[in-house]
Design a protein around this ligand. Structure first.
Ligand SMILES: Cc1cc2nc3c(=O)[nH]c(=O)nc-3n(C[C@H](O)[C@H](O)[C@H](O)COP(=O)(O)OP(=O)(O)OC[C@H]3O[C@@H](n4cnc5c(N)ncnc54)[C@H](O)[C@@H]3O)c2cc1C
Length: 221
């Protein structure tokens, strides 16, 4: 078995250009396109958000790829205005060479007590042993996947428009959210705050969450 770290990859974006395109769309409402200047998007977006005129944020979207545990996508796929493509436990057969003939589990680094961690690790090993054993006895993927726990690593691609990202990141970066989700979404929120401060700047997140747990965030070319 492999114990792996989560990561998040964000498509290359230019936050200012995203905000300017939203401004252009929004100004249709007032036919005030003539008022566009180099930084007029800042005031316009702040006013829209303060007044709840948020549908304009739906004109732009961002796609990310996430490598994390199954539990994280179980929660995130509840967001109905986001789109997902998720690694299938029905089509991916972890006893195959492509997967190194083993199951990858996301390291639950937030289980800090060594005794608890050992119980987790021992359980994952047993699960993998039995997955491979069932495969050797002719079980199908559909049968074997019944053994897979929340910790199983999976890749998923997630796309949402800016309004939905604002909603998801407000809900999913606070202290009552599962740490596996905070691990990937706090770094994403911090990146969006840098890129689009007028839109994401006010979102509160769990600042007590230890940055050593943050997943690595990379930007796709
Ligand atoms: C800390 C936390 C704990 C949770 N615990 C549980 C749990 O124990 N069990 C459980 O089942 N779920 C749980 N959830 C999931 C939660 O109830 C939501 O299903 C999930 O967060 C998606 O949120 P949403 O509906 O706001 O978002 P989205 O689906 O992203 O929708 C965005 C917004 O659109 C509007 N909207 C969407 N659909 C409708 C609709 N049909 N009618 C009216 N308005 C709509 C709402 O304003 C909504 O906020 C939890 C979520 C969080 C953050």
């Amino acid at each position: 078995m492999r114990i792996v770290e989560p990561w998040i990859e964000v498509e290359k974006i230019d936050g200012v250009q995203i905000m300017k395109r939203i401004e252009r769309a929004c100004r249709t409402c007032y036919r005030s396109e003539g008022k566009i200047t180099e930084d007029s998007y800042k005031r316009l977006l702040t006013n829209c958000i303060n007044r709840g005129h948020e549908s304009v944020l739906e004109h732009e979207k961002v796609t990310v790829r996430i490598y994390n545990d199954i539990g994280s996508y179980k929660d995130l796929t509840r967001h109905r205005f986001a789109s997902f493509s998720v690694e299938s436990t029905r089509y991916c057969s972890y006893d195959k060479d492509k997967y190194g003939n083993e199951i990858a589990f996301i390291d639950p680094v937030y289980i800090e007590d060594p005794k608890l961690y050992e119980i987790w690790k021992d359980t994952m090993q047993k699960i993998e042993d039995n997955y491979i054993k069932m495969k050797q006895l002719g079980a199908t993927n559909d049968m074997c996947r019944e053994l897979l726990p929340h910790s199983t690593a999976a890749e998923y691609t997630m796309t949402a428009n800016i309004r939905e990202w604002k909603h998801i990141l407000s809900l999913r970066t606070t202290s009552n959210v599962h740490p596996a989700i905070r691990q990937v979404l706090i770094p994403l929120l911090k990146y969006f705050k840098e890129q689009m401060p007028e839109i994401f700047g006010d979102i509160k997140y769990d600042e007590e969450f230890n940055p050593k747990y943050y997943a690595k965030l990379t930007i796709a070319d």
